[in-house]
Design a protein around this ligand. Structure first.
Ligand SMILES: C[S@@+](CC[C@H](N)C(=O)[O-])C[C@H]1O[C@@H](n2cnc3c(N)ncnc32)[C@H](O)[C@@H]1O
Ligand code: SF4
Length: 444
């Protein structure tokens, strides 16, 4: 039965759902009663936390994007945002207590550089002064989009400790960004990349998208070659997903699905160039100057994540929570307005999320390890769950029978075929309960 389900899904399309966390956000529901954060975090290890700060603003709303963000935000939410984030951080810092230590920071969105210089300064101060993250000595990333980048903002980010600049370019061909409904000028994209190079970050990440209407093998390879000219340490190659409630989703436009062929071409080109494949989407070339976090580097399947800002998720061992989220413009605005008007004390409670049973915790650990290049180690699993028997032998056998995984020394890793089918394997590994919750979720 389980095997049939996977075989059936594999015959349809390799692009079912991008699983970068587990459980999926669409499995979150109102928490009744809401949970006090001090209690939520009291039993957690807090010496290597990951701080994520969400900025839900963009210059434009791209036709493919379903992230929690809004284009050209109205003054009533934009102006107070940085100061509300500070209030939010103060409540969370208090709940975490003095022993909190961060091993990584990510400022994402949306587009953090959409903030003006003053608001961006304020957010960075909150991260350092209120949360206590030692940004100069731990890996810190900020996302950015071409038209929001200025020298002042980049220098500010760099001088505060951001060592990884991550920019969405999507394509170096204007007709393709137009087809994505992303109003981006190629000259502006190039200027932004030049500026990032001049300011100098240890790591540059460039996002590209494949599967765009009209994209050919040659045009895809052209975008990759153009990106390589900026010597990025990392490249994310995203298969295009057309999702409900987005501009492309609403347009109902159809075109030939060439994603798998383009993935293979892109992967081949980057491996040939000396990049290693970290996951289906991520490729990297390690630079010698990369900061190593101390204590240990954050691993998504293990440590706690603290989210600040509307839409940011937080993960403890047994509770994942965030504010509500949405895709449609009206619903996003409603949630944003609620956020900036909230009583400060309410930030010390979690009221929307999902509690994780031990089985779900094990499932999270197992699936996220398997989907990353590190692979799954039984020894690590037993250390993490000393009182439990490994419950996913059937899944492992099926994946092995279908040649989707293999044993590499002491770890189970995705084979090349497993890697390109990550977006089928990920959702197949969801528990029945999470699958049901995701299916029942009413997107707005
Ligand atoms: C937060 S944005 C990156 C920073 C910035 N907001 C920008 O767009 O330049 C996240 C990235 O996810 C990718 N992405 C988002 N939605 C996608 C979709 N539906 N299909 C493929 N890639 C997607 C895009 O490559 C995008 O650059
Ligand atoms: S892709 Fe980036 S710029 Fe475009 S809407 Fe999404 S977050 Fe904003």
């Amino acid at each position: 039965m389980m095997k049939d389900e996977l075989v059936n899904a594999l015959t349809k399309s390799p692009y079912e759902s991008y699983v970068y966390s587990y459980p999926h956000k669409m499995a979150y529901r109102p928490l009744n009663p809401s949970r006090n954060l001090e209690g939520v975090w009291s039993e957690e290890k807090k010496d290597a936390l990951f701080l994520y700060v969400h900025i839900p603003f963009c210059e434009m709303r791209c036709g493919f994007c379903n992230l929690f963000t809004t284009a050209k935000p109205k003054e009533n939410v934009r102006a107070p945002y940085a100061s509300i984030v500070r209030d939010h951080a103060q409540e969370v810092a208090q709940a975490l207590g003095e022993e909190r230590q961060f091993s990584r920071v990510a400022i994402g969105g949306g587009t953090p550089t959409q903030l003006d210089l003053g608001a961006l300064t304020s957010v960075l101060q909150t991260i350092v002064e209120v949360m206590g993250a030692d940004m100069k000595n731990i890996p810190c990333v900020s996302e950015m989009s071409p038209e929001t980048v200025t020298r002042e903002k980049l220098e500010l980010l760099k001088n505060t400790g951001v060592d990884r600049a991550s920019i969405g370019i999507q394509s170096f061909i204007e007709s393709e960004t137009q087809a994505l409904r992303r109003p981006q000028k190629l000259s502006v994209a190039r200027q932004a990349l030049d500026l990032i190079g001049e300011v100098g970050f240890d790591t540059l990440n460039i996002d590209l998208i494949y599967g765009i209407a009209g994209q050919t093998d040659a045009s895809w390879l052209f975008s990759i070659e153009e990106a390589l000219k900026y010597n990025p340490e990392e490249l994310y190659l995203y298969p295009l997903y057309v999702r409900p409630l987005t501009g492309l989703g609403n347009s109902k436009k159809q075109w030939e699905d060439r994603r798998l062929a383009l993935y293979r071409l892109g992967r081949h080109r980057l491996l040939e160039e000396g990049y290693e494949q970290v996951s289906m989407r991520m490729f990297r070339k390690l630079s010698s100057s990369e900061k190593v976090s101390s204590p240990p580097i954050y691993r998504c399947q293990e440590d706690g994540m603290v989210g600040i800002g509307v839409g940011a998720r937080s993960y403890t061992k047994d509770l994942h929570y965030c504010t509500e989220y949405a895709v449609g413009r009206k619903s996003v605005l409603g949630i944003l307005e609620d956020y900036v008007e909230r009583e400060r004390a309410s930030f010390s409670f979690a009221d929307f999320g999902i509690a994780l049973s031990v089985e779900e915790q094990m499932r999270r650990y197992f699936s996220l390890s398997l989907l990353s290049f590190e692979g799954f180690s039984n020894a690590h699993f037993s250390q993490r769950f000393p009182d439990s028997v490994f419950p996913f032998l059937e899944e492992l056998k099926i994946l092995q029978d279908l040649d989707l995984i293999y044993m590499d020394v002491d770890r189970l890793k995705l084979s090349a075929s497993g890697m390109e089918n990550s977006d089928v394997i990920g959702p197949w590994l969801f528990s029945k309960q999470v699958r049901h919750l995701v299916q029942e979720y009413a997107l707005r």
